[in-house]
Ligand binder design. Structure first.
Ligand code: ADP
Ligand code: MG
Length: 240
């Protein structure tokens, strides 16, 4: 698509840690409402790339454009306010708080006080956590914790959601639930998503297009069918 239909673009994006180039001249583009998977071997630079987009990390060189605006220098909290939300690889729920209290925290950044209770209910209902609303978050199953975290990210009413390995360690059933939720978020809410994931079956179940990173660079980009059939991708990624 043309540039105006893109929610996210990077141009020549680089990140070095000392002598190590974790992100190497990445030109990335994502359409509004698109669900893209980011795959690649361990250490390929997937998490670093998402952390540059959220502003957790500062690039060494290059530009980041969001919804047509240069956000390269924008502080991380402002990016959240503009609609970029992230579900990190390490769970970032508040373990000592109840499920409802967890959802209240991101809501406080975007909603009015008189809307909190109805919005909390709406989100917990959607993410199948209404019965657990009083439960302390640490007591939830791993799958419920992942759903809570996605619910917290959705509470921020994002236009772009970035998820780092949202189904790592989940059962087949829990993985299928997350897959369905992510598809709905893209299709019904029109949120663009970038999802880092290793499980190629999961990738196939949610994404139309896939970007393969290797050694910090975009190695391949295309349909899941084309990427899966590519012998070079099999070699670097699937270890064949
Ligand atoms: P992936 O998520 O694809 O597994 P990462 O983005 O976590 O890869 O890491 C890419 C490379 O950058 C790796 O070699 C990793 O060791 C290195 N790296 C990541 N974060 C840091 C950091 N904060 N300091 C130094 N090196 C880092
Ligand atoms: Mg990672």
């Amino acid at each position: 698509g043309d540039e105006s239909s893109q929610i996210l673009q990077t141009r020549g994006l680089c990140k070095a840690f000392g002598g190590l180039t974790a992100t190497d001249d990445v030109d990335f583009g994502l359409e509004k409402g698109e669900l893209r998977c980011l795959i690649g071997p361990n250490g390929a630079g997937k998490s670093t790339f998402l952390n540059l987009v959220t502003g957790q990390l500062e690039p060494t060189a290059g530009k980041i454009y969001y919804d047509g605006h240069d956000i390269t220098e924008m502080p991380s909290h402002e990016r959240v306010g503009r609609g970029i939300s992230m579900k990190f690889q390490v769970p970032s729920i508040y373990e000592g708080l109840s499920v409802a209290q967890n959802v209240r925290i991101p809501l406080q950044q975007v909603a009015d006080g008189d809307e909190f209770e109805s919005r909390i209910r709406e989100i917990l209902d959607r993410f199948d956590l209404l019965a657990e609303r009083q439960t302390v978050a640490s007591a939830l199953s791993h799958g419920q914790q992942q759903r809570l975290e996605i619910g917290m990210a959705m509470a921020l009413e994002p236009k772009l959601m970035l998820l780092d390995e949202p189904v790592a360690g989940l059962s087949v059933e829990e993985t299928a639930e997350i897959a369905e939720l992510l598809r709905e978020i893209a299709e019904d809410d029109g949120v663009a998503l970038v999802v880092i994931e290793h499980d190629i079956d999961f990738v196939e179940s949610i994404a139309d297009r896939v970007t393969v990173l290797d050694q910090g660079s975009i190695f391949r980009e295309g349909s899941i069918e084309a990427v899966k059939a590519d012998p070079e991708v099999k070699r670097i990624y699937l270890g064949e």
